[in-house]
Design a protein around this ligand. Structure first.
Ligand SMILES: C[S@@+](CC[C@H](N)C(=O)[O-])C[C@H]1O[C@@H](n2cnc3c(N)ncnc32)[C@H](O)[C@@H]1O
Length: 234
């Protein structure tokens, strides 16, 4: 569903708004994001470092990644379209004393406003919630400086990811509320790679993000069959 020509699904935004007050509770529905956060920040740092970098975090939600990168010394702008998530993100800055510039703006509009502005663009766990992920990938590429880095994470689309990301995470382990994810919106790495190539992104790297339900530990591993991160240069 499109929203007055804006590349956003109002129902998706509403889902996140409804849960937003629990964003910073590490035992809430956002527990998985809290737990993967150090892993993904370490992964980004391997490529480019974070200290002193100008970073855009697209679909920042309550700010777990944005603020985490600010703690590591980055100058972060976080954008989202959920008013409540942005409000929670801003309130949390009062508690943490960190600085992040949170804005409600579409990534496509920001790409027109500030093209080639950011050293790093992150777009994590967001593409599978938008009607047109191509357009988001294109805008992220445009927002990065030439030679800058762009990172996407999302969920693969295959029977295993259906089993793990929907049946396992939402129904059996109840790590996420039912209805968090829609299988048809999952994105195969080959599809994301095609979108990235069309946006002139290069130097592709991919890493899997796995969850072991027995040890309850997340890890970065070559297995990209469920969750994965792709890194590119603009
Ligand atoms: C699963 S959360 C991920 C939050 C954050 N990126 C992270 O990984 O910690 C998805 C976020 O994408 C946001 N979102 C969904 N559609 C969006 C859009 N079209 N533009 C910007 N943000 C969007 C939601 O409001 C929500 O905050």
């Amino acid at each position: 569903m499109e929203n007055d020509g804006i590349n956003a699904d109002p129902l998706e935004l509403e889902k996140f708004s409804q849960l937003a007050h629990r964003w910073w509770d590490p035992n809430s529905e956002f527990k998985p994001l809290h737990e993967i956060n150090p892993l993904r920040m370490d992964y980004i740092e391997q490529f480019s470092g974070l200290k002193g970098k100008t970073i855009l975090d697209v679909g920042c939600g309550g700010g777990i990644l944005s603020e985490g990168m600010a703690v590591r010394g980055a100058n972060v702008t976080g954008i989202d379209l959920s008013d409540k998530a942005l409000k929670v993100a801003k309130l949390h800055l009062l508690e943490s004393g960190q600085q992040v510039d949170y804005r409600k703006i579409t990534v496509e509009s920001l790409a027109t406003e500030q093209p080639h502005h950011f050293d790093i663009v992150t777009c994590m766990e967001m593409l599978e919630h938008v009607p047109d992920p191509h357009s988001v990938v294109q805008a992220c590429a445009q927002l990065a400086k030439p030679g800058g880095w762009v990172f996407f994470s999302t969920i693969n689309r295959n029977p295993k990811s259906y089993l793990f990301a929907i049946i396992g995470a939402e129904y059996i382990l109840q790590l996420l509320p039912r209805g968090t994810h829609e299988y048809a919106k999952f994105i195969k790495p080959s599809e994301l790679a095609r979108m990235a190539r069309a946006a002139n992104l290069t130097g592709e790297k991919i890493i899997g993000m796995t969850y072991n339900p027995i040890t309850q530990v997340y890890a970065l591993e070559p297995d990209s069959s469920v969750n994965y991160i792709m890194a590119y240069r603009a």
